[in-house]
Design a protein around this ligand. Structure first.
Ligand code: PLP
Length: 345
């Protein structure tokens, strides 16, 4: 088969020759001793970009959320999260198994909760209940369809959290997509959160790596949890160099991915059997419903696959497509031909 157009996720990107060169030339040291200059520079850079005191480089987004949530909580605490949140659905129950906390998921609208919903989920101070310690939001929201969390809503949730002594963590795996789509700086979002994590291995195109960001004291606690979970790495500047390269070269271009997602969404919305409002596609993720197509999501995905276009069935009647830096405009035009042909069958 000719070139496959892989729209399953923005995690499938491969490091470019220039990124690999930056990795090969990285100055490294033992990061468990705090001696890797490339990692130290990256941590300082991200902390400054987010307006926080300190940052910690970790291997994955899942570990970033686990480390971050562990550092806020004690066993038996409760954490409010949106029902489709990544940590609740796709991190193998790690925060429950490893941090011993209980998640209290609330149904949002495309991944977005408002302050009133969160207020209703906060436990009263009574020994029957687990204490509500933390609120986790996700921006952009993956399963919500790449939703940019409205900043006014975040502000209202922050006010509530402060009044109730509850901490806030942001799963910002795709924070840069939110920033490019909204025109806001990452620090504008970060000011509402006690901690954030963000990933280099999604739309930014690095092969590995995430960071947890927060106050100096908080990051010291997080550092201990990174070690406890086996996430201390040695000459990891080779990876941090890819993240540096990604910050230098791959942020502004996310706008292209958003344009491509819009193109594809508009074409999908015109296909018989597809339910999708392209106006709600704000970033690089498209989730569409195929209930009225007469075929299942997995069958349709298989049909696309046979024509060289990969997407992900996210449910019996739901399909996800994600644009990223290894997908060109020509690829999107080809993918549009394939989907239009498939739904005409
Ligand atoms: C919103 C969100 N958070 C966290 C993660 C976890 O990242 P990783 O796959 O690096 O563990 C992902 C992965 O896709 C994600 O989409």
């Amino acid at each position: 088969m000719e070139h496959v157009i892989d729209l399953r996720s923005d995690t499938v990107t491969k490091p470019s020759p220039e990124m690999r060169r930056a990795m090969a030339e990285a100055v490294v040291g033992d990061d468990v001793f705090g001696e890797d200059p490339t990692v130290n520079r990256l941590q300082e850079r991200v902390a400054a970009l987010l307006g926080k005191e300190a940052a910690l480089f970790v291997p994955s987004g899942s570990m970033a959320n686990l480390v971050a949530i562990s550092a806020h909580t004690e066993r038996g605490d409760e954490v409010i999260i949106e029902k489709n949140g990544h940590t609740f659905n796709y991190e193998s129950g790690s925060v429950c198994a490893a941090a011993g906390i209980q998640l209290h998921p609330q149904q949002g609208e495309r991944g977005v909760l408002d302050a009133a919903q969160i207020e209703a989920a906060i436990r009263p101070p009574d020994h029957h209940f687990p204490p509500t310690r933390l609120i986790v939001l996700e921006n952009t929201h993956n399963r919500g369809g790449g939703t940019v969390y409205p900043i006014e809503k975040i502000g209202e949730i922050r006010e509530l959290a402060l009044s109730r002594g509850i901490q806030m963590h942001l799963d910002g795996a795709r924070l840069w997509n939110a920033c490019v789509a909204s025109g806001r700086r990452p620090s504008e979002y970060a000011r509402y959160f006690d901690s954030l994590m963000m990933c280099f291995s999604k739309g930014l195109g690095a092969p590995i790596g995430s960071v947890v960001v927060g106050s100096k004291d908080y990051i010291e606690v997080a550092h201990r949890y990174r070690k406890l979970y086996g996430g201390g790495m040695r000459q990891v500047g080779v990876i941090a160099a890819a993240a540096q390269y990604a910050l230098d070269h791959n942020v502004d271009r996310l706008a292209e991915d958003h344009d491509h997602a819009k193109m594809l969404a508009q074409a999908l919305a015109g296909c018989p059997g597809v339910a999708l409002n392209p106006d709600l596609v704000e970033t690089n993720i498209i989730i569409f419903d195929v209930s009225s197509s007469g075929r299942s999501g997995p069958d349709i995905v298989q049909d696309f696959r046979e024509q060289g276009v990969l997407m992900l069935a996210t449910g019996p009647a739901s399909i996800r497509a994600v644009t990223h830096l290894d997908v060109s405009k020509e690829n999107i035009e080809k993918a549009i031909e394939v989907v239009q042909q498939s739904f005409r069958k």
